[in-house]
Write a protein that binds this ligand. Sequence first.
Ligand SMILES: [Fe+2]
Ligand SMILES: [Fe+2]
Length: 159
Amino acid sequence: MKRITKILNHPQYIEYLNRNAEAEKERVFCRHDLRHALEVARVAYIMVLENKLMIKKDIIYAAALLHDIGRWKEYASGVDHTVISAELAISILVDSGFDSEESEQILKAIQDHRKSGKQSTFLSSILYKSDKISRLCIECLVRNQCKRFSDGRQAELYY
Ligand SMILES: [Fe+2]
Ligand SMILES: [Fe+2]
């Protein structure tokens, strides 16, 4: 997992997480911090193991750690953070030693992580599901205001 350590210590990665924290300091809903990224990575990795998918652990972690790094820019520009996060992730992936084929797979998953039912690869599908199910909505105090629960459905956990 040396390449994941490189991402975590990459100056741009740290800067983007700090920008997310600054942009979300008044936010009452879920934040897009390192804790969220790691929870997504861990749930995604369990899903890959349980489903016996052949996706390398560091590919899963890279996609999860980078999937929301452009959230701060969405607040300022209105551009969807799936697009921004993928753009910002390119140089971090190169600097961390991912080759072009691996980067393409990771970037595709980042771009697809909000498109319900439109995941074209296993990694995209796993990232989409783990992003949602890893949130601890059960303990959320503003759940009744969250659009995810506007249809009256119950919060779930991943077991
Ligand atoms: Fe996201
Ligand atoms: Fe997310």
